[in-house]
Design a protein around this ligand. Sequence first.
Ligand code: FES
Ligand code: FES
Length: 155
Amino acid sequence: MITLKLNGQEQQLDVTEDMPLLWAIRDVAGYTGTKFGCGMGLCGACTVHLDGVAIRSCVTPIGTVAGKDVSTIDKLDQDPVGKLVQAAWLDTGVAQCGYCQGGQVMSATALLKSNPNPTDQQIEEAMIGNICRCGTYNRIKTAIRQAATQLKEAQ
Ligand code: FES
Ligand code: FES
């Protein structure tokens, strides 16, 4: 049994310690917003926040996050920065097929929470591990810049 805080609520999950966090999130806890892409830490589709930092849940054994705070795209609208990022994504019309977008939004939100006013280079560095087969990269950057501007205005 592993205990962790998942999307703001303490959860006890009946899983083995080596189960990938992604499996536990989707198949045991039932939060299916986080997607499986490569399963090898290479695409970013499975990105979640661990204590506020973007990580790849497909290569993270759940035993290593016991007692920690994990959040997923499913409840990101409850986070003020996450809500703003999602609104900027919609305004900019970023998504095409959408499969990678949950991971993209999670990485963008983690970036803006740690650095509310990133340079273009910092945006590129933060997002480099999130692959989009539909090629939405330019709109992703536009949405992140828009969210950063709105964050500044809100302060
Ligand atoms: S599914 Fe985790 S990085 Fe691709
Ligand atoms: S929107 Fe289709 S893979 Fe990114």
